[in-house]
Design a protein around this ligand. Sequence first.
Ligand code: HEC
Length: 122
Amino acid sequence: MKKNTFLISLFVLGTVLVSSCTNDSSDDLSGIDGLDEVTYTNTVKSIIDNHCISCHAATPINGAPMSLTTYENVKQAVLERGLLNRISRPQGAEGMMPNGGTRLPQAVIDQVSAWANQGLIE
Ligand code: HEC
């Protein structure tokens, strides 16, 4: 009886350990798998922070008409202000963003474009 209890405990413990490991690794993996999923938080925010908010600040400066500091701001700019079109214009074209600066690398533009195609996930 004692031996059975011990074996049952081992079995239960083993099950708990195995299932918690499974849970842990699937949590970890979702980050890795999630590389294809472009979200505002994992990708787009840092792109905008690095290239746009020097003008499109919380209080926009240098003539920029709107802020791009929040998810809602950026989403709205994609939907209503042609953000993708602006960053996709050729270097030096009128209205290209960043205004008066260097066109973003194509890979970066592609990420923003993928974000839009995937439904502008926050
Ligand atoms: C040096 C300042 C500056 C930077 C940096 C800058 N912008 Fe702008 N942006 C402006 C100005 C000024 C305007 C208004 C003139 C115009 O529409 O071309 C503008 C307009 C826009 C518009 C059109 C808004 C509308 O309502 O028509 C979008 C979209 C935009 N910017 C996105 C961006 C994005 C995305 C970035 C970063 C990749 C960026 N901008 C970087 C100054 C800047």
